[in-house]
Design a protein around this ligand. Structure first.
Ligand SMILES: [Zn+2]
Length: 216
């Protein structure tokens, strides 16, 4: 998006009214329990689009958020601030089990449980490799299998081995083992983000693009 006036034109949520049921309160975690406290609009000069600036009040904890939103044709999109700092769900187009492990990896980072984050990241990676058809008796073999089939570019393969190595230390610990370093755990979980974006979000974007082109 190169202009805020394009918000809601190409992606977002169905309908031309703000989907408040999608907005989670950043203070109490309640979803969709909002009333409009204040509302302002700005109409596009010589155009049809309207930018909405709404202040919403949470019916559960009485906190406020600002929702900035706009509708295109049949779609609308929004940005809300502040936003929940707790990661509460994985993208819907990711396989459910993988999203569950990813979510736990993210939460372990937030809780500063670095060993647990590394183990969950390793498990999410392994699930995703298997979901993409990897075979092999070990995680190492599964990574190399997908790379040899061309599913994983060599850079992703190398990084996947890093995730494997860090996760292995925590999953099969020795009594004398040093704890996982905070920055290592953060880096590994960030790699997992890239990996899942590449594996699931990018293909979806391409499919959405093709679907739009074929109906245009
Ligand atoms: Zn609330």
């Amino acid at each position: 998006m190169d202009s805020w006036w394009s918000l809601g034109d190409w992606s977002g949520f169905r309908g031309s009214e703000l989907a408040t049921n999608e907005i989670v309160c950043p203070f109490c975690g309640e979803r969709g329990n909002w009333s409009a406290e204040f509302s302002a609009q700005k109409r596009q000069p010589n155009g049809y689009k309207i930018l909405h600036y709404d202040t919403l009040k949470c019916g559960s904890c009485a906190s406020f958020v600002q929702a900035f939103w706009s509708a295109g044709s049949g779609l609308h999109d929004f940005r809300v601030q502040p936003w929940p700092l707790k990661v509460c769900k994985a993208p819907e187009h990711w396989p459910e089990a993988i999203g569950r492990y990813w979510l736990q990896a993210k939460r372990n980072i937030k809780d500063e449980s670095w060993d647990a984050a590394a183990v969950m990241a390793r498990s999410a990676l392994q699930l995703s490799l298997r979901d993409q058809g990897a075979t092999g008796r070990t995680l190492q073999a599964e990574i190399d299998d997908l790379a040899s089939k061309g599913v994983l570019p060599s850079l992703m393969r190398d990084w996947a081995h890093e995730v494997r190595a860090l996760g292995n230390d925590s999953a099969h610990p020795a009594p004398s083992q040093a704890p996982t370093e905070a920055q290592d755990a953060r880096d590994i979980v960030q790699f997992l983000d890239f990996f899942l974006e590449y594996s699931y979000s990018l293909p979806k974007k391409i499919n959405d693009y093709r679907a739009r082109r074929s109906t245009a």
